[in-house]
Design a protein around this ligand. Sequence first.
Ligand SMILES: *[C@@H]1O[C@H](CO)[C@@H](O)[C@H](O)[C@H]1NC(C)=O
Ligand SMILES: *[C@@H]1O[C@H](CO)[C@@H](O)[C@H](O)[C@H]1NC(C)=O
Ligand SMILES: *[C@@H]1O[C@H](CO)[C@@H](O)[C@H](O)[C@H]1NC(C)=O
Ligand SMILES: *[C@@H]1O[C@H](CO)[C@@H](O)[C@H](O)[C@H]1NC(C)=O
Ligand SMILES: *[C@@H]1O[C@H](CO)[C@@H](O)[C@H](O)[C@H]1NC(C)=O
Ligand SMILES: *[C@@H]1O[C@H](CO)[C@@H](O)[C@H](O)[C@H]1NC(C)=O
Length: 623
Amino acid sequence: MGPGPRLWLLFLLHLLAQAARRSFVVDRERREFLLDGVPFRYVSGSLHYSRVPSQLWSDRLHKMRMSGLNAVQVYVPWNYHEPQPGVYNFQGNRDLVAFLKAASSEDLLVILRPGPYICAEWEMGGLPSWLLRKPDIVLRTSDPDFLAAVDSWFHVLLPMVQPWLYHNGGNIISLQVENEYGSYFACDYTYLRHLAGLFRALLGDEIFLFTTDGPEGLRCGTLQGLYCTVDFGPADNMTKIFAKQRKYEPNGPLVNSEFYTGWLDYWGGNHSTKDVKSVTRALQDILELGANVNMYMFHGGTNFGYWNGADWKKVYLPVTTSYDYDAPISEAGDPTPKLFAIRNVISKFQELPLGPLPLPSPKMKFGPVTLKLDGDLLNFLHVLCPDEPTHIHLPLTFEAVKQDYGFLLYRTRLPQNLTKPTQLWVQNSSVHDRAYVMLDGVFQGIMERGKEAALFLTGQAGSTLDVLLENMGRISFGFNQSDFKGLLQPLVLGQVALTDWQLFPLNIDALMDSENRVFETKKCDVKFPSGPAFYSATFRVPGPAWDTFLYLPGWTKGQVWINGFNLGRYWTKRGPQQSLYVPGPLLLPTGAPNSIKLLELEHAPPGTQIQFLDRPLLNFTIH
Ligand SMILES: *[C@@H]1O[C@H](CO)[C@@H](O)[C@H](O)[C@H]1NC(C)=O
Ligand SMILES: *[C@@H]1O[C@H](CO)[C@@H](O)[C@H](O)[C@H]1NC(C)=O
Ligand SMILES: *[C@@H]1O[C@H](CO)[C@@H](O)[C@H](O)[C@H]1NC(C)=O
Ligand SMILES: *[C@@H]1O[C@H](CO)[C@@H](O)[C@H](O)[C@H]1NC(C)=O
Ligand SMILES: *[C@@H]1O[C@H](CO)[C@@H](O)[C@H](O)[C@H]1NC(C)=O
Ligand SMILES: *[C@@H]1O[C@H](CO)[C@@H](O)[C@H](O)[C@H]1NC(C)=O
């Protein structure tokens, strides 16, 4: 063999090696991404595994793939995985690696957004509330206490995803650093640089790292070395916003990391919708421009348990349990007309996978089911808080007594006779977020952050005053995420600050375990009280355990558990959400006993009935 053919052979081998080499990079000259050296554009959708039971991940991902998407964009909520400092949970619904595998099986690439802050309308934007046990901590900055916590978390998380990076044989093509950081007050470049360094140190130089900001946040949210992307919705001026991205990335692909297909709901607000035409028209424009896009959300899911976040818009706005988002795939996982319209747009730009979209899953409707009263919450203090209560002079926050979520009871005694109605109040709306007040066990009323600031009491000196505080979800977006919970100021009676408190952090979820028999051994009041009380029932479903929607007509506000699983908050009286999505996998089929338990915080309806519907009710608004 002469030198000529040998060189050719080497050249061919070189090409083959290139082709075999998995890579996801930016081609600055052609202003596009290259996947394995070939021009590539992602059309992606957001799905949060923390909002979907793990049994249904594959179903949702399959529907996303069949809609023509080639990637899924995913947040990792830190507080979901590190419940206590140094204690980690990656089991069951929290099994991130199982989720990556499921995405891989559906042939979807992954755009991972590990935070540490994620917003996502998730409790505290994904930050663990235990960070606030250091009351002076400055979140999302180079405050050493914050960085130390981030470092130890990322030393667990990032090595776990490292084998899943695309060039290592996995499906993660890129990672987002922080989240809309430019919308936060701090503008701390030292912090962003620290994060970028940490990602590089733990994941290497090859992985594509980026940031995402709204057009107003680009100044403080971007950093050299992290690719700048933007986010905007159908009503925004695409030309203008992409031009802003171009200022930071003159040569590179255009990327909208959050194209809003719908919007979220707040308790007491109207149900949000975004019409199909506006979404598809803007999507078509984006794709025609050759831009990459991620649709937020493609499937919203549910804020189970206590995981909803809240917004601050001069008032505190907690997010509803449903995170349906008017997204292309509904909360119950069904294709909507919006999905078919979007799929049609996508098909003009890239090939759809062969095969039909799965049909909507069957739903079931049954009931009514009558619940029985198990008793007032106050009757169960010894089991809800088995430890001695904390004795203190003035009230402390949830964070100070290490109560992360749910409820904390504050107890003291009336210091004087109140013959005339006397005002019970807190300065500056410092009830975070809702207080249920009982005097000698009798419900007196509520105080709510930014709403009812006070109530009037009459009573005898020495009477027991109980104030049950509910954390309705920590603020997840905006200027400041240090949203402490509980009584942040002393509770004042007339002009006197109440002192000598006992604090009972309540572990209600332990009691709601379906196997727990404590209620059955308890003698219950026959009368129906008002104020926080437990109700329960056993029910059987008429056939296979299909999806259904729990409807609580006439109930006021509370929390509900099915077979021990915390389904989330209901607030029938305020709306707009009227029914809670009950995924089929939570239920036992025909004939088997299922348990439902409610903590109703105010008033139950006469008859104490609930129903299961075959469609959701999300849009009831009181005016
Ligand atoms: C969008 O922004 C561009 C550039 O700023 C401007 O020229 C155009 O008029 C805007 N379009 C609309 C509909 O406002
Ligand atoms: C809800 O919609 C109604 C009717 O359009 C409107 O009057 C009301 O102000 C809206 N409420 C909120 C909280 O936006
Ligand atoms: C409160 O009223 C009761 C009778 O209703 C009386 O016996 C008691 O002395 C009063 N206590 C104070 C502190 O005034
Ligand atoms: C209450 O709010 C007012 C006005 O915002 C402020 O001046 C005052 O310092 C606050 N008081 C406390 C105790 O936080
Ligand atoms: C954020 O809120 C916390 C709690 O209210 C407060 O202590 C802190 O000063 C606030 N930070 C800023 C920058 O306003
Ligand atoms: C609420 O949703 C139902 C079902 O989708 C629809 O028929 C009804 O018109 C909606 N009501 C309002 C007020 O939007």
